[in-house]
Design a protein around this ligand. Sequence first.
Ligand SMILES: C[S@@+](CC[C@H](N)C(=O)[O-])C[C@H]1O[C@@H](n2cnc3c(N)ncnc32)[C@H](O)[C@@H]1O
Length: 301
Amino acid sequence: MMNREPPKIEAQRTFPPLDESLYNLRPRDAAFYKELTGIEDDAALKQHILDIQAKAYKVAPYGCIYLFLFTRRGLLDLPAYRQVLRIGRERKSSIFLDVGCCFGSDIREVILDGFPAAQTIGTDLHQELWDLGHELFKSSPETFLAHFVRGDAFNPEILAVAPPASMQTSGTSTPDLDSLTSLNPLRGCVSVIHATAFFHLFKEDQQLHMARAFAGLLSSEPGSIILGVHTGAQQKGVMNRVYRGIEVDMFAHSVESWTAMWDGEVFEKGTVKVDAQFKEVSEGAEGDERYPLLYWSVTRL
Ligand SMILES: C[S@@+](CC[C@H](N)C(=O)[O-])C[C@H]1O[C@@H](n2cnc3c(N)ncnc32)[C@H](O)[C@@H]1O
């Protein structure tokens, strides 16, 4: 196996110094952070989050860390999120996998909302970000039962492309999650795959590769779902723009191209239902900059 360098952040052109004025916890985000950290005082909570942000930005200066997107309870805005929670409640041994999980904040959200913790898995290039997640949420591997697999999702030893599972090949028994060091043993076993602010880091062909790799992990049981939100466009293509001081240079899919990729290229046409919605969102203030996003889900039929 060749020695692989972690990929650079090619989708981002600028890495500005951190700007505390971008910190803006909405009430629902503050409630989440207070409950999980036990820090009730607003100023102390802010300082705690700023400290972790500064450490994480040294590990990997992603726009999502710079913009405090990890403090947003983004799962709550995904149209298919209820379906995720239903799977956690109703399907025995269901697995929730978060790819590019960073601190694991979305995993903490699903667990808070009822998904069994021991059936959740995060995966990321950077072990340090996961460890900082423990520091951020004041947990430890003993108190927080989610699993973590460190690695590059483009490395076939971590995640190889495999055909979508069928009723015959879908995983019948769940692998031992405690000893997991690769995602490949999860082939055909995962009920929910979440990936937010992840696909847009990669070029068009890499996005297709990743989508195919996800498809191989997904359980064939109807209702199994892959979902997330990332940069979108009205017409697919390379998008170069500056948003709040971060210059991005990303390949962005449109509703039509994203739908056609999953339903036809990744999965055999007609075997999945794709829901993709394009929205330009602002961070709140009237007249604020708007950012184009694609909210999407792919459900096995
Ligand atoms: C922009 S952040 C998004 C984090 C989180 N999903 C969120 O919505 O806030 C992208 C994450 O993907 C991880 N990542 C980037 N390239 C990766 C790769 N090739 N394999 C695994 N993780 C990767 C980064 O380390 C980072 O934590």
